[in-house]
Design a protein around this ligand. Structure first.
Ligand code: SF4
Length: 340
């Protein structure tokens, strides 16, 4: 691991940390002391889906180790250029489920807003790496079309903020949304899916927690942490602040080859989550998006891993193994048997 490559007085707000993110593969390899032989492929892959990583997140990565489980999530590799027939642009059927621009409804009772097309980090396995955010972002035009659609459908009780990363939006835009939602009596709950507290814990500042505290909606945040090594003291402090603001914290991981396809890694992640009062919620099989095939773990191996985890930890620390099948009424659970 290395110390964060900036001093905090230089980048003292989350916005300045976002602007200062590393986007050049050469700089990333240099800072992490990784062999420059990986640079040409990294550049080619980054031309398809750009590199982006906050400088502070480098502290979670081992120096000089191309196999580091956190580095694998952010470094463009040549394997991304292997186009496989079943790996497509919209692997989860997002576009077919769009109701108005930026509002996606797949499941009964809840609807998802594409709140922002930006992320603090670009995860190489991202299922929305080719999503056309330009035409499908609900925060454009002050949420008007999305709010009108939500107001007209009394079956929807939960609004999910997704993206991109919804916390790429400033607090004023988030507040405008919750003001709009407050006027819709059938909306009870706000769920935020985000990776920002993990890769940019500066985002969980006093103003953001203040916004959370004052909203009357029930609040759930689903963090995206795939490996215990991503958890540092800043994230632990951010989770404590979120809990104090009245947020229910859950975690969702993707099962990724070379990152967490190992029962010890899954075990360590569940324990580290519990230590900061975050419950493991889902462990998703990879969505087959173009460029991510090298991350795929077979369903058979996934069942073996989760079945073994079941024999090691209490049930509330075993995430549900699921896959997303377009057109289904919820995520599809994958049946797992206990392995002893
Ligand atoms: S933060 Fe989420 S939306 Fe953004 S690149 Fe990572 S997985 Fe994709």
């Amino acid at each position: 691991m290395i110390a964060a490559s900036h001093n905090s007085s230089q980048f003292d707000t989350w916005q300045s940390c976002m602007r200062a993110a590393i986007t050049d593969p050469r700089e990333l390899l240099q800072l992490l002391d990784v062999d420059m032989k990986f640079l040409p492929a990294a550049r080619l892959s980054a031309a398809r889906f750009g590199l982006r990583v906050p400088r502070g997140f480098l502290a979670r990565i081992r120096r000089g180790d191309i196999d580091d489980p956190v580095l694998r999530q952010i470094l463009p590799l040549g394997a991304e250029l292997d186009d496989r027939p079943q790996f497509v642009a919209d692997a989860v059927g997002d576009l077919a489920a769009a109701r108005v621009p930026g509002l996606i409804q797949k499941y009964r009772g809840r609807a998802l807003l594409i709140a922002s097309g930006s992320c603090a980090v670009h995860c190489r396995y991202c299922f929305r790496r080719e999503f056309p955010y330009g035409e499908h972002t609900a925060s454009r035009a002050d949420w008007r079309a999305a709010l009108a659609q939500l107001a007209g459908d009394s079956s929807i009780h939960e609004v999910i903020l997704s993206g991109g990363d919804p916390l790429s939006l400033g607090d004023a835009k988030l507040a405008a949304l919750t003001r709009g939602l407050a006027g819709i009596s059938h909306i009870k709950r706000l769920r935020i899916h985000t990776r920002q507290p993990v890769v940019l814990p500066e985002r969980v500042d006093a103003a953001f927690c203040g916004w959370l505290r004052q909203t009357q909606l029930q609040k759930v945040m689903v963090l995206h942490i795939n490996h215990a090594q991503e958890i540092g003291p800043e994230l632990v402090a951010a989770c404590a602040a979120l809990l104090e603001a009245g947020v229910v914290l859950l975690n969702q991981s993707v099962l990724l080859a070379g990152v967490n396809d190992d029962v010890d890694a899954l075990h360590a992640l569940s324990e580290a989550l519990m230590a900061m009062r975050v419950l493991p919620y889902y462990l998703s099989l990879l969505d087959r998006v173009r460029g991510s095939g090298h991350f795929e773990v077979s369903e058979e191996r996934a069942k073996l891993l989760v079945g073994t985890l079941m024999g090691r930890v209490p049930g509330y620390l075993v995430p549900r193994l699921v896959r997303e099948i377009p057109g289904q009424a919820s995520k599809t659970p994958v049946a797992v048997s206990l392995m002893t």
